[in-house]
Design a protein around this ligand. Structure first.
Ligand code: AMP
Length: 173
């Protein structure tokens, strides 16, 4: 399989979840054993020379890829969730959305000081979510060793917002 072959496993859903958005549905990729493994292997290959202690991913689709990457890299997995979802004491960060703000949370013992952290998500669009997750990791004393995405929507220029971070995107649209 070649990286470009993966594009046929990404389904465009126009006007979901709202008018004007073309949603990149990754479920065809997930259900294909070869495509899913290929995706995880390429992300791990890119990050293999780094020493990473934790993979951090944002709910919900980030968990699917993030946990598989953590397993293969042999490091821990730490979830980031929306406000009020995590059961233990949390560290939180408010971040800007297109309209208004939102709050992300992580368990306060999720990241050790100076942990090297890899942030994983399915799609990077504007980069706002990844930036907020990075800021939360840094607030916990961790270092962001990289960010890896299955899909980058380059027309939304996420790399501008994420300048300074080592970004890997498997598929660029
Ligand atoms: P952003 O903060 O704009 O980079 O958006 C990233 C988050 O929203 C990721 O967690 C994605 O899962 C989701 N997302 C944004 N745009 C899309 C899209 N067109 N298709 C699928 N997911 C998206």
């Amino acid at each position: 399989m070649k990286v470009e072959d993966l594009k046929k496993f990404i389904r465009d859903i126009p006007n979901f979840p709202k008018e004007g958005i073309v949603f990149k549905d990754i479920t065809p990729l997930l259900k294909d054993s070869i495509a899913f493994r290929f995706t995880i292997d390429r992300i791990c290959e890119y990050n293999s020379r780094k020493t990473i202690q934790k993979v951090v991913a944002m709910e919900a689709r980030g968990f699917i890829f993030g946990s598989a990457v953590a397993y293969k890299l042999g490091c821990g997995f730490v979830p980031v969730r929306k406000r009020g979802k995590l059961p233990y004491e949390t560290i939180s960060l408010e971040y800007q959305l297109e309209y208004g703000t939102d709050v992300l949370e992580i368990h306060k013992d999720g990241i050790e000081k100076n942990d090297n952290v890899l942030i994983v998500d399915d799609v990077v669009a504007t980069g706002g979510t990844a930036k907020a997750v990075a800021n939360l990791v840094e607030k916990c004393g961790g270092k962001v060793a990289g960010m890896s995405f299955v899909i980058e929507l380059s027309f939304l220029t996420p790399r501008v917002k994420l300048e300074g971070y080592d970004i890997f995107s498997l598929l660029v649209f």
